[in-house]
Design a protein around this ligand. Structure first.
Ligand SMILES: [Fe+2]
Length: 271
């Protein structure tokens, strides 16, 4: 962001906040209460959570205007780079008795004109059946339900995982205090997190929700968008009974990712 745009935005933010304080006759005690929430959020390690719950989806929407790719979604606070690179057939790392129904996630990665993109990398992470993320919540094996895999020569992919549940965001810190004051619940609808990459295209951060799922209309992060909702379809269990976990219900979701080309870069050749 250039310095002139930063100055214009800061001046408008100051003007807007001062108008807001005059409108509500904010007292010094109320002002100090507001600054204490920000300070407490830092002390509790929740400063990202506090902002993300209320503001991240709006910033994402702004970036989606005139986008030629699939729409972006919020990243959320639980992403970690460098998750395990999987080998086909792809199965997200999981415990041998991982709870939750089996989910086959299938899809295609393509360019805006429909050209399939081979060897695109899909970086996927999600909650376990208790709504917990590995490497963040205690008691979950490292890198559980996190992994990276690639599309085949037709731009297609398939990965086996579990159907995640809705989960509550942390509610015992300052973010919870604000949400309780507003009379809101703490749930996010069930979702899969994804990043899709290809050397010649812009990275896409996505998040997919299941049609008919709980909290779609009242997501605490207000991040559900129609284009991110997929059908969760029940399937017959594959005949390969050697694949563990297939005594459970089996579901499938599909998604068609479109990546936006990177701007052409000027390449200088030696003469
Ligand atoms: Fe999440």
């Amino acid at each position: 962001m250039n310095i002139e745009r930063t100055r214009i935005i800061l001046e408008d933010l100051e003007r807007t906040l001062l108008q807001f304080m005059r409108k509500h006759g904010i007292t010094h005690d109320e002002y100090r209460c507001a600054t204490d929430i920000l300070v407490d959020s830092v002390k509790a390690g929740e400063e990202t959570l506090l902002y993300d719950v209320f503001l991240e989806a709006e910033a994402t929407d702004n970036a989606n205007i005139d986008r030629r790719s699939s729409i972006e979604a919020i990243e959320g606070p639980f992403y970690l780079p460098n998750s395990p690179l999987l080998k086909a057939p792809y199965v997200l790392p999981q415990r041998c008795d991982e709870a939750g129904d089996v989910l086959f996630f299938r899809g295609i990665v393509a360019s805006p004109d429909g050209m399939p993109l081979a060897a695109a990398e899909i970086d996927m992470w999600q909650a376990d059946a208790e709504g917990r993320y590995s490497n963040f919540h205690p008691g979950v094996p490292e890198w559980n339900l996190r992994g990276r895999f690639r599309t085949d020569h037709d731009g297609a992919f398939e990965v086996r995982t579990i159907v995640p549940p809705p989960y509550e965001i942390p509610k015992n810190g300052p973010t919870g205090v604000v949400l309780k004051t507003l009379g809101r619940h703490f749930f996010r609808p069930a979702h899969l997190h994804l990043k899709v990459r290809h050397p010649r295209y812009k990275e896409l951060t996505s998040q997919l929700y299941f049609d008919g799922g709980a909290y779609l209309d009242s997501d605490v992060a207000n991040a559900v968008r129609e284009d991110l909702v997929v059908q969760l379809v029940r399937r017959d269990a594959p005949r390969d009974q050697s694949v563990r976990g297939l005594h459970k219900s089996v579901f499938e979701v599909r998604y068609f990712f479109v990546l936006e080309p990177r701007p052409a870069t000027h390449i200088r050749h030696r003469v």
